[in-house]
Write a protein that binds this ligand. Sequence first.
Ligand SMILES: C[S@@+](CC[C@H](N)C(=O)[O-])C[C@H]1O[C@@H](n2cnc3c(N)ncnc32)[C@H](O)[C@@H]1O
Length: 284
Amino acid sequence: MKAEHRVFRGDCLEVLKGMRSGSVDLVYIDPPFNTGTERRMDRLKVRSAPEGRSGFSGRRYETTSVGSLAYADSFDDYLGGFLEPRLREVHRVLSARGTLYVHLGWQEVHYVKVLLDAIFGRTSFLNEIVWAWDYGGKTKRRWPPKHDDILVYVKDPRRYTFNTDAVDRIPYMAPKLAGPQKAAFGKFPTDAWWHTIVPTSGPERTGYPTQKPLGVLRRIVAASSKPGDFVLDCFAGSGTTGAACLELGRRFVLVDANPAAIRVMRRRFAGVAGITWGPAASSS
Ligand SMILES: C[S@@+](CC[C@H](N)C(=O)[O-])C[C@H]1O[C@@H](n2cnc3c(N)ncnc32)[C@H](O)[C@@H]1O
């Protein structure tokens, strides 16, 4: 069977340089945020234990560590040395009707906006999407930061793919004002997306640090690509973009430099036919 999807292990700059100009229709990237730390997620096994810590409904449990997954997130020259050459290559490989989504934290988004304006041109800037959630600890010393920014650029602002009708609809905030018919249909989302983080337990969770919710990627892929299109994520992590593509009938190219990410994707896509694993990945 002809392989439809590709997964590469390696620096995305090298993989991008080997790709044809104009060959992908949608790019979503979620690069490291330059937090200056190692992003780590400890993987815990929980089992009930009569002498353990007390939890929900008075049940007692204990946790044991079953390892951790991590990647480095500290760069001396994040903008010019790391991001810029990769974003220039992304611009080159994007097709004439293509769209780029760049997922960033509040620490770097403003600098990256200016960089992307220089690469794509300001008229190609389509949206700043705010993805907001409400989970986890909250500081009392400032407004607790509970959002990421997703910058959206198109190759050509006069013609680009945007499938309004394919996007999931959301509940009205005041359904009574909208009326029963409109309320039942739901409304088209704005550029502010409320969506929970990946649930801490449950089938979506892969254990990879900073894994993004499938619901967010599903909306992006549905809106900005067509069935059969090529979708690239060259900071793929746990492969969330690939999972959305599989649901929606798109072909994917995923790249990650971290062998642990490739192992997680192998588990996540186990049993999926038509994936070619890049040469370095096949030895992991
Ligand atoms: C924020 S995580 C992506 C998480 C992903 N969106 C998900 O849902 O799981 C960033 C990823 O970029 C990868 N990465 C960092 N530098 C890279 C590079 N030069 N080439 C390819 N991947 C890189 C890291 O290994 C990490 O997995």
